[in-house]
Ligand binder design. Structure first.
Ligand code: GRF
Length: 232
């Protein structure tokens, strides 16, 4: 009897744990186009730090995206929605949304995802889609950020994590990193220095989101614990 009682108790506890997990764990879908080093950093920190979240899938718009192999090796579902296989931007956006929604995400993370997304797509995930951009936004939206910063004589560069809005590289800023420009720095040197900070601020921002610690008010983002939103 005692043994049976313990077994039942164990079953009940296991059931409760599963139910708690099911309601509690946030589902993250990450979109990549290339090597996926930010995606890797998020996957690793999520697991190592035991976030209340799991990366449900990694989706690429290029079949050869290097990050897909890492994700698959981690046992994470992967998918490719090839933009070249779609006749229009709208058709690509629709196929991408259908694939994303198949994984029922609470959060969509753009991590080096190099396609411009249409307004309808962005609105669908508004408030639950983050991007990282390698500049101190609102300076230098778009491409070649580091060279443009050098050409402008900037003394500091950095990266920005922000909620995605229809305007490219715009939207409420979650966190920024700041990197000084040193004499002799070229585009590659700046890119490497900034990327190292991206691997810190992006996982941290995603963690705050899944822990419910980001409040957006009037286009401004506040970390509700009062944690610093800048990495210097
Ligand atoms: C990063 O610099 C990111 O800021 C930019 O594209 C690059 C992607 O790198 N949007 P990775 O694929 O995460 O390694």
């Amino acid at each position: 009897m005692v043994v049976e009682g313990r077994v039942n108790e164990g079953r009940i506890l296991a059931g409760m744990a599963l139910a708690t997990l099911a309601g509690f764990m946030k589902r993250i879908v990450i979109l990549i186009s290339g090597r996926g080093s930010n995606m890797e950093a998020i996957v690793q920190r999520c697991r190592r730090e035991g976030w209340p979240a799991a990366v449900a899938a990694v989706i690429a718009n290029r079949p050869g995206a290097g990050g897909l192999a890492f994700a698959a090796a981690q046992g994470i579902a992967t998918a490719v929605v090839d933009h070249k296989a779609h006749a229009s931007r709208e058709a690509f956006d629709a196929a991408l949304a259908e694939t994303i929604d198949g994984f029922a995400p609470d959060l969509v993370v753009l991590a080096g995802f190099m396609r411009i997304l249409g307004t309808d797509f962005v609105r669908r995930y508004e408030g639950r889609m983050l991007n990282i951009h390698p500049s101190l936004l609102p300076a230098f939206p778009g491409l070649h950020t580091h060279q443009r910063a050098l050409d402008a004589g900037c003394k500091a560069v950095g990266a920005t994590v922000h909620f995605v809005t229809p305007e490219l590289d715009h939207g409420p800023i979650v966190m920024q990193s700041v990197v000084p420009v040193r004499p002799g720095d070229d585009e590659a040197a700046l890119a490497a220095s900034v990327l190292a900070t991206e691997h810190v601020i992006y996982p941290l921002s995603v963690r705050w989101f899944v822990e419910g610690k980001l409040a957006v008010d009037g286009g401004l983002v506040r970390q509700t614990d009062g944690a610093s939103q800048v990495l210097l």
